[in-house]
Design a protein around this ligand. Structure first.
Ligand code: SF4
Length: 403
């Protein structure tokens, strides 16, 4: 299975959503609410600005030493009794995970852009597995058969009316049209059975600490807690740009990501440093106590190490996927992630598409960028996204001239 992407085809989707009133209304509601929430939070808690500066510095140092950190993380994961794997490409990652899981399993997933990047859900289904997304937004995307429309709010393009109707139709339950409470409750009941009977849980990560091999995951729904602790096997897909030197660094990344996503304080921060175990009987360590007995960690490269050596693109690897630049972008607030590539979207998404898939195709999409620089100002990592987009425009223009 090869993931291909042609930019000109994406323009058809963009034109479609520009004429879709419900899509536009949902984006307007979400971006207005989110912008106000984050502005208020940063005003009331200026210490978060200082945290963001610290994280930018530690991300810069981490990306400079990325190759070394990958090696350290692999060693630490082994020490923690996890099984680490390095995947150079999306295809390698899929194959590794396919071998770990096999077929005929029930799999529950927590929201992971990395999993979307490698086409994991459809690949596992093609092997004969039953796969369920457990993040509410991602579950709505699965029911709709679409793609995530924002880094932390996948179903940002759906109004409450659309979400309730979709859930009622697809899982065959009664929900009052537009009732968020009833929609959440129906999804909870439906997914609870899938989670408690699943063979495998799959997660992403907000950060991975090279010193301990600990994975840090931040959330509000508690689905990540359940997915990573209920099934007997946990597979984590961790893009290598998320590796930072220490557990304290990883914790800071999670705090800043939550704050700039408008979810501060986050309800839960999960730290997972190995499979569950007990040594309560004669101090003999046995794995598989109440949580998973196996933890497999796929360190996904897919263009990132190469980008870390590219002066025009390496800043993007500081990105903590908070989605701030998307809500602030005057183009994204009308297109959502229909603009950006098959997985990522908006200003940051175009650059991620360039890194993980195809710089020239990504460059064609950057023609829609207005060059206003609002993404640069909003980004907690001070990434000069508009400069990266200009670079990609140049690449695409050169390629078009040659063709
Ligand atoms: S580029 Fe910056 S603002 Fe955009 S998602 Fe990444 S860290 Fe957040």
């Amino acid at each position: 299975m090869t993931l291909k992407f042609e930019a000109w085809k994406a323009f058809e989707d963009i034109y479609d959503v520009l004429g879709n009133q419900e899509f536009q209304e949902a984006l307007k509601r979400a971006s207005t609410n989110n912008q106000a929430k984050v502005a208020k939070l940063l005003h009331e808690r200026p210490e978060l600005l200082g945290f963001a500066e610290e994280v930018r510095d530690l991300k810069r140092r981490s990306i400079e030493a990325l190759g070394e950190l990958i090696g350290k993380a692999m060693e630490s994961l082994e020490r923690a009794a996890a099984k680490p794997y390095y995947a150079g490409t999306a295809e390698e990652a899929r194959t590794l995970i396919g071998k770990i899981i096999g077929s005929g399993k029930r799999i529950v997933m927590s929201k992971s852009m990395a999993a979307t990047e490698i086409g994991l859900r459809s690949y596992l289904e093609s092997l004969g597995n039953e796969v369920w997304e457990t993040d509410l937004g991602e579950f709505l995307i699965q029911l709709e058969g679409s793609k995530p429309m924002h880094a932390i709010a996948p179903a940002v393009h759906m109004t409450r009316e659309k979400a309730s109707t979709l859930v009622a139709e697809k899982i065959k339950v009664q929900i009052s049209r537009g009732s968020v409470e009833e929609t959440v409750s129906a999804v909870r009941r439906f997914l609870r059975d899938k989670i408690t009977t699943a063979d495998v849980g799959i997660s992403g990560a907000n950060a991975l600490a090279a010193d301990t091999g600990a994975i840090v995951l931040v959330e509000n729904e508690s689905n990540i807690r359940l997915v990573t602790s209920t099934p007997p096997v946990h597979v984590a897909v961790v893009p290598v740009d998320k590796i930072v030197p220490t557990l304290v660094d990883a914790f800071k990344v999670a705090i800043v990501q939550a704050a700039y996503a408008g979810l501060y304080p986050p309800t839960y921060i999960n730290i997972i440093a190995g499979p569950s175990s007990t040594a309560d009987i004669e101090q003999v360590r046995v794995y598989g106590a109440q949580g998973p007995r196996e933890l497999h960690v796929i360190l996904l490269d897919n263009g990132r190490l190469k980008a870390s050596r590219d002066p025009a693109l390496k800043e993007q690897l500081y990105c903590i996927r908070c989605g701030r630049c998307q809500f602030e972008c005057p183009v994204w607030v009308h297109t959502a992630n229909t603009w950006g590539g098959p997985t990522y979207g908006g200003p940051m998404g175009i650059v991620w598409t360039a890194i993980t898939l195809d710089p020239v195709e990504a460059g064609k999409l950057s023609y829609l960028c207005l060059g206003c620089g609002r993404c640069d100002e909003a980004c907690p990592m001070n990434i000069n996204i508009s400069r990266e987009l200009r670079h990609l425009k140049t690449l695409a223009t050169q390629a078009l001239r040659r063709s």
